[in-house]
Every structure is written in structure tokens, then in C-alpha cells.
Ligand binder design. Sequence first.
Ligand code: UDP
Length: 137
Amino acid sequence: MEQTLSIIKPDAVAKNVVGQILARFEAAGLRIAATKKTRLSRVDAEAFYAVHKDRPFFNDLVEFMISGPVVVSVLEGENAMAKNRELMGATNPKEAEPGTIRADFADSIDANAVHGSDSLENAAVEISFFFAQREIH
Ligand code: UDP
């Protein structure tokens, strides 16, 4: 069964909408195979977003991701990666479809509530970044 990584970012954790976001995954038929609340160190955030290190928003993104706790989850199900991306909506919440997580909970393109793996290859790397195999069920 396909797996993908979700992060509920510090803005959404601060808004106390973790349960509402996880419920959307379940309502869409995805299972929560692993989940935990954690706080990224600067080194963690820089490593996780290394693909964006040359982008102008990299430093702000790292600062934002370490500004508070996050909730990371492994979502499992048919087409889990694409399904999660659909539930999330566009990167910029102003462009996100109504009813998507970002349209409903995000404030801006940088504080945009959720992360989701954007390919199966990245999903495997991102899942192993946060979870040991024995933590995924
Ligand atoms: N981001 C940003 N400014 C931008 C573009 C992206 O702060 O102009 C941040 C935003 O938090 C986004 C993350 O960088 O979620 C990763 O960008 P990507 O293009 O991979 O978007 P995503 O896959 O998260 O939709």
C-alpha cells in the first residue's frame, strides 16, 4: 500500500487544528500509519528542505519550521501521495481550491499549514527521516 509523509506545520499546530486536519485524511480514506508531535532543530529543518537551499525563501522557511512544534504522520492508502497533495491544495492558500486544508487553515504562502511529499521517491526519503520502520503500522 502506498505511503506518504505529512507534516502539520507550526502555524496549524498553534491554531489547534491538528485533529481537524488528521480527520480530513481519514475521511478521504487514508490511514494514519504513524504520527507524532516533534520539534525540528535548525539542522533538521535545513536537511529536510535541502532541495530548496538555493531558493530565496529558504532561510525564512527554516525559521518558520523551527518556530514551534509540528505533527508528522505517515499516511497510507491507495494513491496516498497524490491524494494527500489534493487534500492539501495549492502551495499559496490564495490559489488553493475551496475545501482544501490550505484554503481553510493557511494564512500565507510561507505559513501554509501542511507539507506533503511530492513524489514517491521523496516520500520514502521523508518517511525514513522521521520514523523507524518499527514505528509504522
Ligand atoms: N515557500 C515559501 N515561499 C514561496 C514558495 C514556497 O515560503 O514562494 C515554502 C512553503 O512553506 C512551501 C515550501 O516552501 O510549502 C515548499 O515549497 P514547494 O514549492 O515544495 O511547495 P509545496 O510542495 O509545499 O506545496
